[in-house]
Design a protein around this ligand. Structure first.
Ligand code: ZN
Length: 318
């Protein structure tokens, strides 16, 4: 591959496909993360994320993401550009992800605020009906989730294209609203995507911190039939969570997922209607001031994109 930047760790091809993330690195978990885990074990209430109706259920997976890195999660004060400028800028004609299709779903849409009637229309998600789309949340200072998700999506697209992948976005701020959640799923399905990730940030209470990856639960109702993608999506999600911890230094959510950073849900149309491996990631809580300091940092968003990218690369390379 043509691009190896100063902060870029090439994927590790020797990694076995299903190696538990916990193997042999427990001793290296930084004290800060242990603190998070303890906090998560003793407290934490359910948090709300978009599309949220019902109670998230903690994943039964034992593969809690861990870290073998001492990278800092401290926010940078600059607002870095969407990606480092590669020395060779052309999308890779070859690379480890050549022939792979990745669909990135930037949650919400910056224009949804102006189209509330449209986004409030109900669409069928197999298990029921939900709003077409939602506006998403924002930090207390007004940095919107929709702006965040698009920025991370752009950074992630660049990183994946540098690996040779074909990348499609479900929206690029170029639509008046949406797309609706059922259409977001269909875009990944129609593309025959090898992996889909929906980018979000949460709107939980102050003091509730950290990221979590949402995995599709097994549902079969109407147009929803996730049975064929549950296992592969869990694999994708575990790899994203593990790499997200490692690259960003952020801890798993202290309010859902029991410290694993993994939550399984059956109420999200974007997951229920997917026929290809797909997960959501809530990168942090916009309503917590410490998480917001990270989410509003361009340098941190680049790390977030890298963590997600490296998880996808790991998944696709097997
Ligand atoms: Zn969201």
């Amino acid at each position: 591959m043509s691009y190896v930047g100063p902060d870029f760790d090439p994927p590790q091809p020797r990694r076995p496909r299903r190696r538990p993330l916990t193997v042999a690195v427990a001793a290296l978990v930084p004290g800060a993360l242990l603190g998070w885990l303890v906090y998560a074990a003793v407290g934490g209430s359910g948090g709300g994320s978009e599309e949220a109706v019902g109670t998230p259920t903690a994943s039964t997976s034992s593969s809690a993401p861990t870290t073998n890195s001492t990278s800092s999660g401290a926010p940078a004060t600059d607002d870095a550009k969407p990606s480092p400028t590669p020395t060779t800028s052309a999308p890779a004609a070859s690379g480890p992800l050549k022939g792979k299709v990745v669909v990135i779903d930037p949650g919400h849409n910056p224009n949804n605020f102006q189209h509330t009637a449209d986004i409030n229309k109900k669409v069928n998600i197999g298990t029921g009906w939900k709003e077409c789309d939602t506006t998403g949340t924002s930090t207390n200072s007004g940095y919107t989730e929709a702006k965040f998700t698009l920025d991370v999506a752009h950074r992630l697209r660049t990183l994946l294209e540098q690996q040779g992948a074909t990348v499609k976005l479900t929206q690029d701020g170029d639509r008046t609203y949406g797309p609706c959640i059922d259409e977001r799923a269909k875009i990944g399905n129609k593309a025959h995507a090898d992996a889909v990730v929906s980018i979000h940030a949460d709107g939980a209470g102050a003091g509730q911190r950290g990221f979590h990856v949402i995995l599709p639960g097994k549902v079969k109702a109407g147009a929803a039939n996730t049975g064929p993608i549950v296992t592969s999506s869990a694999d994708l999600g575990e790899r994203i969570a593990g790499n997200f911890v490692r690259v960003t230094g952020s801890a798993p959510s202290n309010y859902v997922g029991d410290g694993t950073g993994l939550v399984t849900r059956k109420d999200l149309g974007g997951l229920n209607l997917s026929t290809v491996p797909k997960v959501f990631i809530e990168c942090g809580n916009m309503r917590d001031s410490k998480d917001a300091a990270l989410l509003t940092s361009g340098a941190w968003r680049q790390k977030a994109a890298r963590g997600i990218s490296e998880g996808i690369v790991s998944f696709l390379r097997g």
